[in-house]
Design a protein. Structure first.
Length: 397
């Protein structure tokens, strides 16, 4: 048993090096800015600055891309170095050594052995007590359809376990963080995984390898030819810190009740945090354009209709306190989205409008889904309005 414990410890525990972190941060900064224009907003930066220095901070983040690790670290640079839980996908040379050097620890996602989870729980609680700031992707994995997933509570429950010592309860804070992109690097791969899960036809491994090779070759050629274009915007919104003191006060018997009941209460807390993250999701140009395209239910959309729908949606989002990145002329917002959608062969210009190209509808839905929870009631209303006769619809508008 102790030999197995030792094996788990060597697998989980990282070897953080400040020098590696500094070098890695600089390299990540350059790489990130090569691919994206990065936007970082704070819901209430003063509240974050006011959190006491001895606090236990847990950043809870939605998960859209493996680039999230770099993006969130970049967004919080100068404030804190985060220790992430990383899945089995990164346990390969040289990724394993890189992640461990940055202080990340590895988690077996669907491994049920009690001894393993006992070791993992003790490790997570130890580093949390010692002041290591935790970053958890609350969905437990990448979203395959673009929508926010239900939260997973395992790691958060482990961290909350330090609340058995009452002295930690006033010091614990959760910080919701929302991320979104104009282009997720793995979007087509995630959609292919979704198709496989749903039992639909999936491209062969050879076809996928050819696609990756083509992607690498094409982008390398664009770099060499100085025709490189960034993939639009990567946006982060850091939310207001939430003290857990009152939550612990309302759950004083948390560690005296049966485990299933305790987990149900942690699930309630996680659902509340995920709701906060959903409200903070930044709305960049491509998700806004795709939400507008999807609302029409047809392949050809006149430019005037598309711009009008995007403008309506943006106004609705601003009214709902949606985080619309850059309030500018809607024509400029669409032009930025159009460059990306044209490059991805999602849209084609045709006469006075645009056509959604074959096999691209899923990609449109993927990006529209990232803001669907914000636009749900509005989108249903405009769809109903579109079905009405023109004279009636004009009167409603």
């Amino acid at each position: 048993m102790w030999a197995r414990v030792d094996e788990y410890i060597h697998e989980i525990v990282p070897f953080f090096r400040v020098a590696y972190y500094q070098l890695g941060y600089r390299a990540a900064e350059r790489l990130l800015n090569l691919f994206y224009k990065v936007t970082v907003e704070h819901e209430d930066e003063a509240a974050l600055e006011a959190v006491p220095r001895d606090s236990v901070l847990v950043y809870l983040i939605n998960h859209r891309s493996n680039a999230d690790y770099v993006l969130v670290s970049y967004a919080l640079a100068g404030r804190v170095a985060i220790s992430y839980a990383v899945g089995e996908w990164a346990r390969a040379f040289p990724l394993e050594h890189i992640f461990k050097a940055f202080g990340s620890y590895f988690v077996r996602r669907r491994y049920r052995e009690p001894l393993y989870h006992a070791v993992l729980e003790r490790y997570v609680q130890l580093i949390t007590r010692e002041g290591v700031t935790q970053g958890i992707f609350l969905e437990g994995g990448l979203t395959r359809d673009g929508r926010l997933k239900s939260p997973k509570i395992g790691l958060l429950d482990y961290i909350l376990g330090i609340g058995r010592d009452a002295s930690y309860r006033p010091r614990m804070f959760i910080v919701p963080v929302a991320v979104n992109y104009d282009r997720v690097l793995e979007d087509r791969s995630l959609l292919a995984e979704l198709a496989a899960i749903e039992g639909r036809a999936r491209a062969s491994r050879w076809t996928q390898l050819r696609s990756v090779a083509r992607y690498v070759w094409w982008n390398a050629a664009r770099l060499i030819a100085r025709r490189w274009q960034r993939y639009g915007r990567a946006a982060v919104v850091v939310g207001t810190p939430v003290s857990l003191e009152s939550w612990f006060d309302h759950n004083r018997d948390l560690y005296d009740i049966p485990k299933p009941e305790r987990l149900a209460r942690v699930q309630g807390l996680s659902d509340d945090v995920m709701s906060r993250i959903g409200k903070l999701i930044p709305v960049t140009a491509v998700p806004l354009a795709c939400a507008a395209i999807q609302s029409f239910d047809r392949d050809f959309i006149p430019r005037a209709d598309l711009l009008g729908r995007m403008s309506e949606m943006r106004d609705a989002l601003l009214e709902l306190n949606g985080r619309v990145v850059r309030h500018e002329r809607i024509e400029d917002t669409f032009d930025r989205a159009w460059r990306m959608l044209k490059m991805r062969r999602v849209l084609a210009e045709h006469g006075s409008g645009y056509v959604v190209l074959p096999k691209s509808r899923e990609l449109v839905s993927y990006y529209a889904n990232s803001v669907a929870h914000l636009l749900g009631p509005f989108e249903r209303a405009v769809r109903e309005r579109d079905r009405l006769p023109a004279s009636v619809a004009s009167g409603i508008s």
